[in-house]
Ligand binder design. Structure first.
Ligand code: IMP
Ligand code: MG
Length: 402
């Protein structure tokens, strides 16, 4: 079996963690490749609920866990997650080339967000943007730099220029070295080795395609690439090892941070979906809710060359909320289905909707009901993809394979 990646097709929170956990069984290892602890991937097994920020969601399937070089790694978050699941350490490898996130980056996130005023990004304040920025400036340590020869003095001077107190930096670096000691390696090399031995690896994307630094709704995006084409570059594996990609999309849309959101629901019905779908960020902040946006979804599908998708949270729209899909954007008198052509004025397009059926009252337990079949057929036709999985609840068991 070839390697496979799972990527989000919207603005994150599509339910990737659950899908990764569901599919992990067939793979030797699960690997993160982008983002950092700004992600929150939830896996629910009966009464147990685990939210992973850094550990790959394959953790609960006993798989080998890899954190690739493209990840911004916060050692304190890793320590906390390993504290909850200590047995995982023995099967975890962190790439030595990962960018390290320090407490200074979290402070800088707040400083920069404060400076933006009305144009705040709504960052998760995990220090991810500043850490990658410092990496591009050649000022941040990689994981291997925690062990030897790094110029922490230059790094400290940089942050202090930006009014961030760097006096605790050396103490933090020592603690971080201890957290990472014994689990550092070459993740890209390990992926290739697993493949050579006949095994395969599942790559777990963080955030969603519309939050991609280059291709998303800039500047309201995260600070890495989130599309599947980034995987080989981020992990350090050949292009040919990237494998196919399975996209994950909710049957409606949510957005955690600020920025344009064409299909956002501005009236009271947003509250119904938010409550039914438990659309709150891990910080408790209510998420913005909107209807399915096929224009944005098609763009995300095309960017990553997606042929198969998983559709999540269909149960939410069966609880008395109708199904609505945006099929085009109207702007200054003309209509388009090309998301890229609207990137400059995404905040002022008017969505064109259709409501071809309703999921109201559909019962997804055990098998796909007729309303679910309508949704699957509709998405396959509109998006030219195959729907491989339908997720109808947060529990691991609530998944239909097609
Ligand atoms: P940052 O990546 O924390 O800097 O946040 C930048 C933008 O990406 C904000 O709008 C965040 O809400 C959003 N974001 C970052 N990570 C996630 C995620 O995993 N799910 C949803 N939104 C995210
Ligand atoms: Mg999340």
């Amino acid at each position: 079996m070839p390697n496979l990646s799972i990527v989000g097709l919207q603005w994150g929170d599509e339910g990737k963690g659950k899908i990764v956990d569901h599919l992990a069984g067939g793979f030797e290892a699960v690997s993160r490749f982008n983002g950092g602890s700004n992600a929150g991937h939830t896996v629910v097994i009966g009464e147990e609920k685990h939210t992973f920020h850094l550990l790959p969601s394959g953790a609960l399937k006993g798989k080998e866990l890899l954190i690739g070089a493209g990840v911004a790694l916060d050692p304190s978050v890793l320590a906390a997650e390993l504290g909850v699941l200590p047995d995982v350490r023995a099967r975890l490898m962190v790439d030595g080339r990962c960018t390290v996130v320090s407490p200074l980056d979290k402070e800088l996130d707040a400083v920069i967000e404060g400076m933006r005023g009305d144009f705040a990004i709504g960052t998760t304040m995990q220090g991810i943007g500043p850490a990658y920025a410092a990496r591009a400036l050649r000022l941040s340590p990689r994981v291997i730099d925690l062990f030897e020869g790094f110029d922490f003095a230059a790094m400290a001077r940089f942050y202090e220029k930006l009014s961030v107190d760097a006096s605790a930096l050396l103490g933090w670096a020592e603690e971080s070295e201890a957290i990472l000691d014994g689990i550092v390696g070459n993740v890209g090399g390990r992926v290739v080795q697993i493949n050579e031995m006949g095994g395969s690896v599942l790559f777990e994307g963080a955030q969603g395609t519309l939050l991609d630094l280059v291709h998303g709704s800039y500047p309201n995006v995260t600070s890495t690439n989130t599309n599947a084409a980034y995987i080989p570059a981020a992990l350090g594996i050949p292009l040919s090892a990237a494998g196919a990609s399975l996209g994950v999309a909710k049957c409606y849309t949510t957005r955690e941070g600020a920025g344009p959101f064409p299909t956002e629901i501005k009236d009271a019905s947003a509250e119904g979906i938010r409550t039914a779908g438990n659309e709150f960020a891990s910080t408790g902040k209510p998420m913005r809710v909107g209807w399915l946006d096929l224009v944005a979804l098609k763009y995300a599908i095309d960017l990553s060359g997606i042929k198969e998708i998983a559709v999540s949270k269909v149960d939410v729209l069966s609880q008395a909320h109708d199904f609505k899909a945006c099929t085009a954007y109207r702007w200054q008198g003309s209509e388009t289905t090309d998301f890229s052509s609207a990137l400059g004025h995404l905040g002022s397009v008017e969505p064109v909707y259709e409501s071809p059926f309703s999921l109201r009252g559909a019962n997804f337990e055990a098998a796909l009901p007729k309303e679910g079949r309508k949704l699957v057929d509709y998405l396959e036709r509109k998006l030219n993809v195959r729907v491989r999985l339908v997720s109808y609840g947060e529990d691991r068991s609530q998944t239909v394979e097609l």
